[in-house]
Design a protein around this ligand. Structure first.
Ligand code: ADE
Length: 253
């Protein structure tokens, strides 16, 4: 996957691409990440990239010409790219969208600053608008890094274990189960015995219970959207019975 980022702050991507999974993915040539400085396409001695909004009002708007120039330059590098504008007005980003975008060969990510980008760019140069959440960032760069990170995890060979992105929280609409590592006992708190049993059936069942429980307590909304399997229904019916027996016992007292 080739990522090309259009930004006024390309340096922000230096640390990002020189650490961890992204660095490894670049070294393995599973992804490439290039940045284009939008200012390089601005005219005049001062290379101004913003201007006052027509109609008045506060803030500045990114001028269309430098962005168009940067986009045309990006398209020379990645002619088949899907062109994404990071903006709080975009479609909400999700793991499902990340998995979908990972199928593309090339992605161009346009990062806005100021109040936004001239509408004619959004209309004529962009395929998709994406938001990473209902809050306003000072620019699209952090959002672009979020997208690159989440998309890269779905590119085969990027994660250590081939299918570990499929096990994660959200991959089947449940949150991920609890994780433990050594030591066995930490500050008086031991690891659940079943995880040491070596019985993969029991461990799998425990992990499913853990996923369901976490989803129930932390993100009930996901549980409602998720079509429960027979095993999941049985686990929840088990809880229901246990809770009912406690209620019955208490009411008898
Ligand atoms: N740019 C500013 N805020 C943003 C957000 N929430 N998502 C994507 N891009 C943005």
């Amino acid at each position: 996957m080739q990522f090309v980022v259009l930004t006024l702050f390309p340096e922000l991507f230096d640390t990002f691409q020189n650490h961890g999974m992204i660095r490894r993915a670049v070294e393995l040539q599973k992804i490439s990440l290039q940045t284009i400085q939008i200012r390089d396409f601005a005219e005049g001695r001062h290379r101004v990239t913003d201007d006052r909004p027509y109609g008045g009002g506060p803030g500045m708007v990114m001028k269309p010409e430098p962005v168009a120039g940067a986009m045309r330059s990006a398209l020379k590098m990645a002619p088949d790219a899907r062109r994404i504008h990071l903006t709080p007005q975009g479609r909400p980003f999700s793991n499902t969208m990340a998995r979908q975008l990972a199928k593309e060969k090339e992605l161009i990510l346009l990062c806005g600053r100021y109040e936004g980008i001239d509408e004619r760019i959004c209309r004529n140069f962009i395929d998709d608008e994406v938001s990473i959440g209902d809050y306003i960032l000072t620019g699209g760069e952090l959002a672009a890094m979020v997208v690159i990170d989440a998309v890269s995890r779905f590119i085969p060979g990027v994660l250590g274990c081939a299918d570990s992105s499929e096990d994660d929280s959200f991959s089947d609409c449940l949150l991920e189960h609890a994780h433990y590592t050594r030591p066995f006992e930490f500050e008086g708190d031991p690891v659940p015995e079943v995880l040491l049993s070596g019985d993969h059936g029991k461990i799998g069942h425990w992990r499913l219970q853990s996923s369901l429980m976490r989803t129930f307590f932390k993100r009930k909304d996901l549980l409602i959207d998720h079509a429960l399997t027979a095993e999941e229904l049985k686990i929840m019916e088990g809880w229901q019975k246990e809770i009912q027996s406690i209620i019955d016992f208490q009411q008898k007292e």
